[in-house]
Design a protein around this ligand. Sequence first.
Ligand code: BG6
Length: 446
Amino acid sequence: MEKFPKDFIWGVGSASYQVEGAWNEDGKGENIWDRYCHSPESKVFEHQNADVTIDEYHRFEEDMDWLKELRCNAYRFSISWARILPAGTGAVNPKGIAYYNKLIDGLLARGIQPMVTLYHWDLPVALQDKGGWANREIVDWFAEYARVCFENFGDRVPYWITLNEPTVFTFSGHLLGAVPPCIQSFEQGLYSAHHAMVAHGTVVRLFRKMGLKGKIGFAFDIVPKLPYTDAEEDKKAARLANATTQYFFYEGVTKGQYPKEAIDFYESKGVKLPLQDGDMELVTEKCDFFGLNYYLTQAVRYKKGCGLFDCEYVFRENFPVANAVEWEIDPEGLYDVLKDVQKATNNEVPIIITENGICQDDYCENGEYNDDERLGYIRAHIDMIQKAYSEGVKMAGYVCWCGFDNFEWNNGTNKRFGLIHVDFETQKRTMKKSGKWYREFISKNS
Ligand code: BG6
């Protein structure tokens, strides 16, 4: 198999709400995850919050040393919108700017490329109170915020990601109500999804206009839903489940059209796509890379009246299931997705795996965190990337999710994805077996 090129990105990722803590310090505004976690309606494990989490806001120097220790050449992190613009728009918080400047400069000084996500789900509450992603004005709000980031950090950041996993903050947040802003509305589900894509394209266009020298893309999650059997009704169910989740965005950017099944579904609920002239040109605005978050595949079976889409998820016989989460592990599924993206993009844009990893309840033996399941998972997925790369798929990098154990959204600190263990009481960091393996792997491959 072809060796990975010397400049291949080997990184780990994080998101502001999951790692920073300091939720109300140095002028930061409140965001929708702060508000949700502090409210009685929160569905987070044990009603936890990320007020402190792994305290990266205060411990970033130490954490950057850990990243260096991991031999990563890239660190993917997100900017907290409310730390930069506490009210979402308007006044800029100089202390927020100063924090990210220190982080970016510290990474560069250690030979680690910053890969910055503009939006990883933590919308300022001031904007949510005006309708958030369901309000078309979000396009201008997001562009204003992005401009501030580009002006302040654009001279040094080589990789920008506009949105992380739009499926989660639009459909899960506005249609299913599973995550903030916890709304259940067909209209808001579709509106927020389309506005997110228009906002994404607007910001890519702005980036070009400002003449910045870095690269820009998105981070889409793709969880292929495969029909459980060959029966037509299972195939149709799988198609609808894909069309109304991740493939909505994937086909939007690659085909310039959202899936017909999704549009028909919303029309059957009386909701029309709020399309304006020029929108699809924005949605398909050319990016420099295709950021792909890949974790698993799922099988879908038709079942009348089950959920919103008349289908249920079924476990398949031959797939190992991750111990700590109900995920069927499917590295070949990643290979298939890579081939599919290659085809959909005419192999013109390089793919960066912007997230891949697994939750494992680590156990400690003589001070060592032996997470063999995670190690095996990561190795098997990197093997598939290498296979695809050897067959000509343009690949530019791999970002493992994630560097440090952190606040796992509704799972709180109950689920761990890190290569580095964090004791949430003492904040002590310890490299796990998977981290040691990743370090050695990177050394041999760069
Ligand atoms: C992705 C997110 O969905 O997967 C990350 O971008 C998240 O922020 C990771 O931590 C693992 O998540 P989950 O929610 O599936 O346990």
